[in-house]
Design a protein around this ligand. Structure first.
Ligand code: PRP
Ligand code: URA
Length: 226
């Protein structure tokens, strides 16, 4: 009989040897849904729904080391000691596209608080410009999950992480869907304490800083703009 444990290792760990802080999530459901997301004919509605599902599946892995506390609960038949989550969780979507990942995660973790950070890339220089921040007060004690579907040059995610650290965050995980090697290298260099999660490490950036093969402009596909 084939061991389930063996499958888990094969699906979850891949290519990570080159990038010490990268965890590449390779669950078949995730890979399948990412393929739907990439297709150019995927509609805005389908794109939104699939992005939410992907975020939920990723959150399942990203939270697999959360602490638990002992609690006593009473079933209709008996009392037992069991365990519940013992962690503050803060989600910080990078506007705009990170917003598409929030609902898929809050469905699983309804107690999560949500901060917002508005950043866009200057189209010519590709430098990130921060235009809005609003965070809950418990950043220092929380697991902070930065959400952005695209890790291209790494400028936007890196800027978001820097602002969060300046506001007290200590435990930060970066959750992106598709990444380029350039972006992973930048985050590992600038923020070596931050674990990075991706559903795919794509090949490279094109001349305009878009991920190849990628999925196009995530914000535009999510919100139906162009
Ligand atoms: C996109 C994307 C990321 C960023 C990634 O945002 O959602 O935030 O680019 O690129 P980087 O790693 O090179 O910084 P964009 O600047 O298009 O802003 P928008 O979502 O508001 O359209
Ligand atoms: N931002 C996107 O939305 N897509 C890319 O490929 C790169 C940056």
């Amino acid at each position: 009989m084939v061991s389930l444990f063996k499958f888990r290792i094969i699906f979850v760990a891949d290519k990570t040897f080159a990038y010490p802080m990268l965890i590449l999530l390779k669950h078949p459901l995730l890979t399948h849904k990412l393929s739907q997301l990439r297709k150019k004919e995927t509609t805005t509605k389908e794109f939104r729904e699939t992005m939410e599902e992907i975020a939920g599946l990723m959150a399942y892995e990203v939270t697999n080391d959360l602490p638990l506390k002992n609690v006593i609960v009473e079933t209709p038949l008996a009392k037992l000691q069991t365990r519940e989550l013992d962690a503050d969780i803060v989600l910080v979507p990078v506007l705009r596209a990170g917003l598409g990942m929030v609902d898929g995660i809050t469905r699983l973790i309804p107690s999560a608080r949500i901060g917002h950070i508005g950043i866009y890339r200057d189209h010519k220089t590709l430098e990130p410009l921060t235009y809005y921040t609003k965070f809950p007060g418990n950043l220092a004690d929380a697991l902070v999950m930065v959400l952005d579907p695209m890790l291209a040059t790494g400028g936007s995610s890196g800027a978001a992480i820097q602002v969060l650290k300046e506001n007290g965050a200590r435990i930060i995980k970066l959750v992106c869907v598709v990444g380029a090697p350039e972006g992973v290298r930048k985050i590992e260099h600038d923020h070596p304490d931050v674990q990075i999660y991706l559903a795919s490490l794509d090949e490279k950036l094109d001349d305009n800083g878009y991920i190849l093969p990628g999925l196009g402009d995530a914000g535009d596909r999510l919100f139906g703009t162009s």
